[in-house]
Design a protein around this ligand. Sequence first.
Ligand code: PLP
Ligand code: TYF
Length: 396
Amino acid sequence: MFSTLKPLPTDPILGLMAAYKQDTNPNKIDLGVGVYKDEQGNTPVLKAVKKAEAFRLENETTKSYIGLAGNLDFCQKMESLLLGEHRALLANRVRTAQTPGGTGALRVAAEFIKRCNTNATVWVTTPTWANHISLFEAAGLTVKEYPYYDYENKGLLFDEMIKTLKQVPKGDVVLLHACCHNPSGMDLNEAQWKVVAELAKDVGFTPLVDIAYQGFGSSLDEDAKGLRLLADTVEEMLICSSCSKNFGLYRERIGACSLISNDSTTADVSNSVLLSVVRSIYSMPPAHGADIVNTILSSSELTQLWHDELDEMRSRINGLRTLIKSSLAEKGVAQDFSFIDQQNGMFSFLGINKEQIDRLQKEYAIYIVGSSRVNVAGVSQTNIDYFSNAIADVLK
Ligand code: PLP
Ligand code: TYF
């Protein structure tokens, strides 16, 4: 049976990660995979996580099954992190399942959408995280794109986006990135979120918000503003969240899939379907990551420590954005890179071509994704000169 299989290409981002590891150039720089790095190029375990893990080791009392929705305290804490004190929570209209990472949340959401409407199309930004498309298609859903990033002007194609979203049939799903858009770094502002929210209500599509970088843009609350505005306006929506980046828990695979219904009874029915989806895929999520997040968010001391560490990651990213802009200008690069300083999160497109990207890798051992997406966090005070000189050279 296996002999009938044809080899498939690997994920280009994960492939790049492997190629970087094998490179022996001492000056190599990894600007590929979207993982936070500190000034030394490491992705350390957060201190708040270390403390929570020590607590867990001492206090864990059982390894018995956790249940379909996972750790219910974690689920409730995630709802508050995402929605604050939103009236949807007060009205008991929100249900959450702990999932294996944000990717698990998206796959659960995809199967849930399929159960709601087999013919639903999921609309994603052009461009979007490549996994979005494969995840929804794997669930048998159709995926279509709506205009989003303006490659020419390094901004948003907002008018074109709205024009397309106005045509979306009722019953379809529109995926929105809450903040720190992957791969472009271009986010909607508050006024634009309001327009999208009104449109969702008028047109009748269901928003699905993917929030994988809460706290990496402006702040935990600011980064959730768009999704809270949507929750103010529409009766139903889905939220897929990830603790990979903001808690640095990548390999622990911890995230959540939340739904908001129009009333508490529909929320219960929807939740039963959500949990049936979970049971049909992996039965129950792993316990460790949720326990860590719950322990941190249950302690004011650990929460403060986590906030401080998150603030440090965010300020480093934002500082690097300013540094890249000014360093490239200092090297006499003619192109305007000031957009890098205006975008959010870890990613931006440099806007350079394939040949220039290949030269960066071959001649300088600088690894960036083929779309020209860079992970800003891979730059440091130590490699900024090397990086800017290389960019100046390939752009000559
Ligand atoms: N959504 C977006 C936009 C992402 O960039 C990522 C990746 O890191 C995820 C979801 C899922 O993250 P994970 O499955 O690692 O929690
Ligand atoms: O876009 C990124 O780099 C992150 C990490 O299959 C990632 O979202 C990349 C590819 C992948 C899983 C995670």
